[in-house]
Write a protein that binds this ligand. Structure first.
Ligand SMILES: N[C@@H](CCC(=O)N[C@@H](CS)C(=O)NCC(=O)O)C(=O)O
Length: 223
């Protein structure tokens, strides 16, 4: 059985989780301890990777090879015949997933992290704070808490192109979901994880799309 090793709130893990749910395949979820103990992944990947998500599928252990790679999604797409990466729209998808994973994710993870105390267990908070501060500087989590309004406003602006696209079709690139739909869904799923936010009221098409994708199944579409 396919196993997804994850943190439940991680945007990139939500992408893969929704893809697996979409496929209706049976899969197992394994949550990593937050305490900085990545030994399960380190061992599985033969000391080549320590981030999440990672997929274990029998003897195959699948993980990203670069910031831009979509190794896991492409593996699941091929194995489960999901039609997420048609060659004819590879270029459009490439441009879009950069925007999604940089311009959108760069705000959404901070908005969620502003509430880390509510979803990271107390004993794990020290390593969480240290991990964030080593990358983003001292006091970053409190600063993100203070800057929520401004960041949410920026996010709303950056979501406008998706709102415009979804005014004309049910999914970002046409009548059925492609990889970029799941990618955006993962970033927004992370944004919504703390329970403190909603998708902006000024983005009604996006809100409808989010609900549509949350329950979409492969069997509804001819790939
Ligand atoms: N581009 C990678 C990014 C993965 C990533 O940044 N994962 C985070 C969690 S959301 C992580 O595990 N970072 C390393 C760490 O926490 O030590 C992907 O798509 O999987």
């Amino acid at each position: 059985m396919i196993e997804l090793i994850q943190f439940p709130w991680s945007p990139f893990c939500i992408v893969q989780r929704r893809i697996l749910d979409f496929s209706s395949v049976r899969f197992k979820l394994t949550n990593l301890p937050l305490t900085g103990d990545r030994s399960l992944i380190w061992k599985l990947t033969k000391e080549r990777y320590y981030a999440v998500p990672v997929i274990r599928d029998g003897r195959n252990v699948v993980f990203e090879t670069g910031e831009d790679s979509q190794v896991i999604a492409k593996y699941l797409d091929q194995k489960l015949a999901l039609g997420l990466f048609p060659a004819a729209i590879e270029g459009e998808q490439f441009i879009l997933w950069h925007y999604i994973e940089n311009e959108i994710e760069g705000l959404t993870f901070k908005l969620n992290d502003a509430y880390y105390r509510e979803f990271v267990a107390r004993p794990d908070q020290l390593s969480y704070v240290r991990h964030k501060e080593r990358k983003f500087g001292r006091g970053c989590l409190d600063a993100w808490h203070a800057q929520q309004k401004e960041m949410a406003r920026q996010m709303e602006q950056r979501l406008l192109p998706f709102e415009e696209m979804l005014g004309h079709r049910p999914f970002l690139l046409g009548p059925q979901p492609r990889f970029v739909d799941f990618d955006l869904f993962g970033m927004l799923g992370n944004f919504l994880y703390s329970g403190h936010y909603q998708l902006p009221a000024s983005r009604p098409q996006l809100r409808k799309w989010y609900r549509r994708l949350a329950s979409a199944r492969l069997s509804q579409f001819a790939t």
